[in-house]
Design a protein around this ligand. Structure first.
Ligand SMILES: Cc1cn([C@H]2C[C@H](O)[C@@H](COP(=O)(O)OP(=O)(O)O[C@H]3O[C@@H](C)C(=O)[C@@H](O)[C@H]3O)O2)c(=O)[nH]c1=O
Length: 181
């Protein structure tokens, strides 16, 4: 299992070692010891999974307000996504900066996202299932979002007319958003 740095000092790509044989493959999708050795010491308390039936579904950009902020460990069980993080920590030198990563069933890459980032993804193929661990329980009253196509974020989404939830159509821009980290 490799832990790879990104342009954000505390966002990491995790690359599990995949053992392939004539039956298929085996991999460890999570290993507490490896994470601890890399100073990722979150206590994950909930596992989530979503299915998006179509390519071109965007979910996000989501976060939970402090004290219910969540770190996330995201992976793709089937299909592929363009996974995006946005630094929303006021005072951070990278506040408002976004970065995207391809996670897929083929590269088996995972993304570790610390508290203080908004998260969203676009499905690149039909029937994409995303699974992720979080280190704080879902809290609807602290659930917040930022508009997926906020022009200030310059996110290079692979699609211009995505399929969105009603909730995700109505989020504010980062400038207007309710943020406290
Ligand atoms: C996120 C979540 C939702 N729900 C419920 C609320 C709602 O009725 C239904 C669907 O919720 P949503 O529309 O928010 O699901 P979705 O748009 O898939 O939300 C997810 O998007 C990605 C990008 C993330 O980063 C996740 O943390 C999460 O916010 O599931 C839970 O019960 N527990 C949870 O942890």
């Amino acid at each position: 299992m490799k832990v790879i740095k990104t342009s954000f000092s505390d966002v990491f790509i995790i690359e599990p070692t995949c053992f392939v044989d004539h039956r298929g493959f085996f991999m460890e999708s999570y290993n507490l010891k490896v994470f601890s050795e890399n100073n990722i010491t979150n206590n994950f308390v909930q596992d989530n999974q979503s299915l998006s039936i179509e390519a071109g579904v965007i979910r996000g950009l989501h976060y939970q307000l402090s004290p219910k902020a969540q770190s996330k460990l995201v992976r793709v069980v089937s299909g592929a996504i363009y996974d995006v993080v946005v630094d929303i920590r006021r005072g951070s030198s990278s506040f408002g900066k976004a970065q995207g990563f391809i996670l897929s069933e083929y590269n088996q890459r995972q993304l570790f996202i610390p508290k203080g980032f908004a998260h969203g993804f676009c499905t690149l193929v039909a029937n994409t299932q995303v699974s992720y661990k979080v280190d704080e329980y879902y809290c609807p009253t602290n659930d917040r979002g930022i508009l997926w196509n906020d022009p200030s974020l310059n996110i290079d989404w692979p699609i211009s007319s995505p399929i969105l939830s009603d909730k995700d159509k109505l989020h504010p821009t980062l400038e207007e958003a309710d943020i406290n980290f």
